[in-house]
Ligand binder design. Structure first.
Ligand code: PRP
Length: 177
């Protein structure tokens, strides 16, 4: 992967904002008065979480777990590592998992299985981006932002080798090699 050239914008910050407005409306309709726990998967989801919760005008709690599957490459290793685990009590809570992107599905499937065992009152999943062409395990998505093609994406929290997370748009990093 050549990272020296400029990433190309695939989804602009303006389009992201419109998508998050819609997701916030859907989530508000379902969770108003329920005080859910919004659980983000780090690192990728930090920007999406920050923008989403600013649009949710009801009581909620935020926490993060840090999982990693990619290591330093562009392909999922398939082996999920828990880098920083969960400290909040999940039992009997309304839990909404927040992801930036679902690719093979392995990361979020692992987390959903882990959370299910802790017996939450409800467990749902929201993702900003979905790449269904790469799915290796089925994942039930309750709140879906945008379906994307099979390109390697960076920006808006997503990285290549820890770079580009700060880009305001979701961008394609072309592979010229
Ligand atoms: C990325 C992304 C998702 C996961 C999706 O995280 O943020 O959590 O991969 O891939 P999957 O559906 O194939 O499991 P990554 O492991 O790169 O860690 P990061 O969020 O710290 O960048």
């Amino acid at each position: 992967m050549n990272t020296e050239h400029r990433p190309e914008v695939l989804i602009s910050s303006r389009e992201i904002a419109t998508t998050i407005d819609r997701l916030a409306t859907e989530i508000s309709r379902d969770y108003l008065g329920k005080e859910p726990l919004l659980l983000g998967i780090l690192k990728g989801s930090f920007m999406f979480m920050a923008d989403l919760i600013r649009r949710l005008d009801f009581q909620l709690e935020v926490d993060f777990v840090r999982l990693s599957s990619y290591g330093r490459g562009t392909e999922s290793s398939g082996k999920i590592q828990v880098v920083q685990g969960l400290r909040t009590i999940v039992r009997d809570r309304e839990v909404l998992v927040i992801e930036d992107i679902i690719d093979t599905g392995l990361t979020v499937a692992y987390l959903l299985e882990y959370l299910r065992k802790k017996r939450p009152a409800s467990l749902r999943l929201c993702t900003l981006l979905d790449k269904p062409s790469r799915r290796r395990v089925p994942v039930p998505i309750d709140y879906l932002g945008t379906t994307i093609p099979d390109r390697f994406l960076v920006g808006y929290g997503l990285d290549y080798d820890e770079r580009f997370r700060n880009l305001p748009d979701v961008c394609v990093l072309e592979d010229n090699e």
